[in-house]
Design a protein around this ligand. Sequence first.
Ligand code: HEC
Length: 191
Amino acid sequence: MKILRLLPILAVSATLLLAQSPNEDELQSVVKEGQVATKTLLQTLQKNMQQHMKQGGVPDALAFCSNEAYALTDKVNEKLKQGVVAKRISAKYRNGANAPLADEMKVLDSLQSLKDSNKKLPPFILKKVDEHTYKFYKPLVINKPVCLKCHGDISKDPQLQKSISERYPDDKAVNYKMGDLRGAVVVTIKR
Ligand code: HEC
C-alpha cells in the first residue's frame, strides 16, 4: 500500500505512468535510485563549494563552480548505478549545458506555476519517458542566503559581476530571492 503515499505526487504529472500501471516494487526502486543520486550529487557539490568558500571566499567558490561543478557531476555519475545519470537544470541557467530539454522544461513550468500560486512544491516528480526510462525530478529552491551571493542581485559586487559575465556572457541565473524556484536535479533512470 506504500504506493498510495506516492499517488498525490504522481498525480501532479504522471497520468501516463498510472495508465501503464507499473508495479509497485519497480516504482519504489526507481524513486529510491532517484533520491540516492540526487543526494549524492547535491552533497558532493555542496561540500566542495563550502570548502572553497572557507579557503578563498566567493571568488574561490566561483572558480570552483565554473571550473569543476560540471566535471564533478560527471564523476558522481560514474559512481552511480549503471543506467542512472544525474544533472542539474534551470529555466534561468548560467551554463548552457544545464539548459532543460523540452520535456524537462514542461516540468519546470509546472513547478513554477505551483510556486506562483503559493502552493507547496512536491518533494519530487516522477515521469515515465518510455518503456524503460524514468525521469526523477527534485525541485531546487534558493534555500540558503549564500546562494544569493552568486545568484541574487550581483550588481552589489561589481568585481564578482565582472568575473561571472566573463565566464558566462549569457548568464540568466541572477536576481533570485530566498525561496525562489532555482531549477531541479533530474535523474534519468533506465531499467
Ligand atoms: C560562488 C558562487 C555560487 C554560489 C554561492 C552558488 N552558485 Fe549556483 N552556480 C554558480 C556557477 C558558476 C554555476 C555554473 C556552473 C557550471 O558552469 O556548471 C552555478 C550553477 C548552478 C545551477 C545549475 C544551473 C545553471 O544555472 O547552470 C544550480 C541549480 C545552482 N547553481 C543552484 C545554486 C544554489 C541552490 C545555491 C545555494 C545553495 C548556489 N547555486 C550557490 C555559482 C554559485
